[in-house]
Design a protein around this ligand. Structure first.
Ligand code: TYD
Ligand code: MG
Length: 475
């Protein structure tokens, strides 16, 4: 017979503990464990032969590809892997106020315009609030059904009969509750049980379900992390504080790749798609100044040009400052060390500041070459050649290493009006430059880069020790 036991669940990671404690052993967070409603434990003594037989089929190639329905919002389709899949569940996570409700409201209206029935259930805002926002954004549509509800039982009773909608939005899963569970909405067991019921409905009725989940640092509210294994697709909506652009990133996708991003801009009239993000991160380039270099990077399958800016200032401190925004500070230290050791170019008596324009964060090692060029340009106070892009990874011996997707990077640069590119010699040998009009400059080592860009100015300076010796002999 099933037995009921009381159990203690960490609200941050979902780990179940037999007794209460102040700290969760699994995730290490404090004060997140709370007692939750008893659950039916599995009956003991399950013996073979009692279950129903299930059908096993061969893994044959006659299954069809999941049919896709475009949402009408290109950036969202890209991240979803081509569009909506019937019967799938999508979780959209993000900090409060980042624009999840706005994105989904715009999405339902765009879908509804294609004649697809949609329901938007808000557990956070009243119908009047949602309507007001839609009106302000000019998004009124008679094909979208709105409701303010939080009881999963009511939602399922309403939608599991007659003609259910093809797309269902639940905003947010933290506000939904099942009345047969003795736990507050937002706790792990409620979030898990409510999503389970809604996902079951989506599979049964073949509708596409969007769940909104808040991510907070506060352990009292169950983050959507506990749901990640239950849904088919997990998207994160993120943005930098003080910047208006937002990035939609796939972290799990059973129907597509996870390296895609969608770029939006939050404006007074809602979210606008940025179909050409390079233009966004390059805007504001006025004239050619020293210390600025354009990096031809990749975000997923899409090339992205970003501007890297460096500033080098004299320092009177024994440990000069190094500050980095949008890049890895350890990587900057490594490049400074390579420049110093392999090329004899000194930064040890200078403050170094490095920033990626536009507020985006770069994780690619391919940005090394552009960073080195920006640093040298700032040091010598000489601008880099106009309309040129760079990419390449720098190794510790000063060599420039090959990077992937070279052609896509070069094509994007050419599209945006760049006329020359500094690229690793190792990749340029393998690339077919057919159809490209960019002037290609091969770079083999960091000192080669310095020589090509700044000529005699960057010729190797004597190492510090020998210079001191010369001074001593002179005096
Ligand atoms: P919202 O979609 O409510 O965020 P979430 O659902 O993720 O909590 O977006 C709220 C923020 O977006 C709010 O701070 C104001 C801003 N915003 C705009 O800048 N312009 C707009 O047109 C809208 C609708 C919101
Ligand atoms: Mg919201």
């Amino acid at each position: 017979m099933a037995k009921s036991t009381s159990h203690f669940v960490c609200q941050s990671c979902g780990a179940v503990h037999p007794k209460w404690s102040g700290k969760c052993d699994d995730c290490g967070s404090w004060n997140t464990i709370s007692e939750e409603a008893s659950i039916e434990t599995t009956p003991k003594g399950l013996t073979y032969g009692k279950g129903k037989k299930i059908d096993l089929v061969t893994l044959a190639a006659d299954a069809e590809d999941a049919a896709r329905t475009g949402t009408g919002i290109g950036e969202l389709d890209r991240v979803l892997g081509g569009g909506l899949v019937a019967g799938s569940a999508v979780l959209i996570g993000g900090d409060p106020g980042i624009g999840k409700s706005t994105l989904l409201l715009q999405t339902v209206v765009a879908i509804a315009q294609k004649g697809i029935s949609c329901s938007y259930i808000s557990g956070e805002e009243s119908v009047a609030q949602v309507t007001l926002r839609a009106k302000r954004l000019g998004l009124l549509s008679p094909n979208v059904q709105l409701a303010a509800a939080t009881s999963v039982r009511d939602i399922i009773a309403t939608l599991d009969s007659g003609n259910p909608p093809q797309v269902l939005i639940i905003d947010s899963i933290q506000t939904m509750y099942l009345d047969n569970l003795d736990a507050a909405p937002g706790t792990v067991s409620q979030v898990r049980a409510a999503s389970h019921e809604l996902i079951k409905l989506a599979k049964k009725r073949g509708l596409t379900l969007f769940l909104v989940g808040h991510v907070t640092k506060d352990g009292q509210i169950a983050g959507p992390r506990v749901l990640e294994h239950m849904v088919d697709t997990v998207l994160y909506f993120e943005g930098e504080r003080g910047h208006e652009f937002r990035i939609l990133r796939a972290v799990k996708n059973r129907f597509g790749g996870t390296d895609e991003i969608g770029v939006f801009e939050m404006t007074g009239d809602g979210l606008k798609e940025i179909t050409n993000p390079s233009a966004l991160f390059l805007s504001g380039r006025e004239g050619v100044v020293s210390g600025a270099c354009v990096f031809a990077g990749m975000e997923g399958s899409r090339p992205l040009l970003v501007e890297i800016q460096a500033l080098v200032a004299p320092s009177y401190m024994s440990a000069p400052r190094r500050a980095v925004v949008g890049w890895d500070s350890n990587r900057l230290a490594m490049i400074l060390a390579v420049l110093e050791t392999r090329c004899g170019i000194r930064f040890s008596d200078k403050e170094v500041y490095l920033s990626v324009a536009g507020g985006i964060r770069i994780n690619e090692p391919a940005a090394d070459l552009a960073v080195a060029a920006a640093l040298l340009s700032a040091l010598y106070d000489m601008p880099l050649p106009a309309a040129c892009v760079m990419f390449g990874e720098i190794g510790l011996s000063g060599e420039i290493r090959a990077v992937s997707r070279m052609e896509a990077r070069l094509k994007e640069a050419e599209k945006l009006g760049f006329t020359s590119a500094y690229i690793p010699l190792a990749t340029s040998k393998k690339t077919n430059f057919k159809g490209l009009t960019l002037a290609i400059k091969d770079v083999e080592t960091v000192s080669d880069l310095a020589r090509q860009l700044f000529g005699a100015k960057a010729s190797r300076q004597p190492p510090v020790a020998s210079r001191q010796k010369t001074l001593e002999t002179e005096s």
